[in-house]
Design a binder for this molecule. Sequence first.
Ligand code: GUN
Ligand code: ZN
Length: 452
Amino acid sequence: MATTTISLPEGTEAHRGAVLHFLDDPGNNPEAITGSVEYIEDGLLCVHDGKVLALGKAAELLPQLPDGTKLTDWNGSLIMPGFIDTHVHMPQLPVMASYGTQLLDWLENYTFPHESRFQDADWARTQAEQFTQLLLAHGTTSGLIFCTSHRASVDALFEAAERQGMAMTAGKVLMDRHAPDTLTDTARSGYEDSLALLDKWHHRGRQRYAITPRFAPTSSPEQLALAGQLASAHPDVLVQTHWAENTGEIAWTRELFPDRTSYLDVYDHYGLLGTHTVLAHGIHIDERDRQRLTETGSRIAFCPTSNTFLGSGLFDLAGARSAGVMVGLASDVGGGSSLSMLATMAEAYKVCRLRGQTLTPWQAFYLATLGNARVLHREQELGNFRPGQQADFIVLDHRASPLLAMKEPYSRTLLETLFDLMILGDDRAIAATATGGILRYRRATASLGESL
Ligand code: GUN
Ligand code: ZN
């Protein structure tokens, strides 16, 4: 990657630390597939104009820095690409930790009342600002986001993301039945609002639009048909929805769509499957479903903290991987109980163990970075430190908490250190977060990163 021939122009900024990123899927064995992981123990990440210019050994690159280059030394902490969350709800921060319900009651009792507040555009702006700030504090620089059914919620999210330099893909929820009046649109107004937002935001800077039917039960056949039309007219726009999360939800969907052969067939019928579709959950599914996902290239967002918190079930990661289904990792806040992708990895590992499977640290950190970028079709700009990629990075402090500091002397390999971070780590492990090369978050107690 970095060579002695690279020329580093004026205005380059450099970050020194241990650097880890993925060049490809490392597989899910303790030994990562050769060539998939790059780790530089004393590395230098050189950033210019918001993008990665070079990555290499500090000893090789330091002498080439032009005089006056701003150099930040992160004292051996781990520099990684920013985390990406493939399924999270901006309006659901206060829905987190809602006691005692499963999906359908949780929606009715907690989620819909909270989302109704987004009729107020000022509330939407305040929440979107808080949401983006909290994501950065958890090391997440990018994501696929549900807003609410209100147009202003989408404007608020994208405006906040623009201010923070984050690369978001987001959409207005389509929902024209089985929800309170404060949240429902109509098939026509939902289509028109989506189109207006798509025209306004898709490819504006780092922002991308996503067509967002909430899930089959809250959309009429007319609304799903129009969503499918919108998707086929805009093949580079993502479609996001929920699917096969909860057994009550599945039974209800079958009642509502008696002519369809399965829940997945509802989305298939309305032209909502394809390489640009991300289906959250996909827990209660069968071989035919997996085959259809593979044929269409549709992806699943695995949301482990949500699936355990709401008692939805245990996602079959090995089954999806062996069928060739592309899987991303996601928090699904507020069904999920943490915005932290480290906590999400920990829960994913436990879900895998309960299914007699495993999730290696290589695979977990790959999923949260390059793997998720691939799910969102953003691997040409996000997910690793290849030259030319956007300089979205985090600094992970593997001594961040008393428990991590206690464990540190016992972990001898990089795999063990990564495993400590994913099992014991949380937002305290995020010492700093940058998007487009600019530091947007710095942990208040950071003792790291003295500018030299
Ligand atoms: N299914 C339909 N809406 C939602 C939602 O907001 N969260 C989750 N977890 N599942 C859903
Ligand atoms: Zn969700």
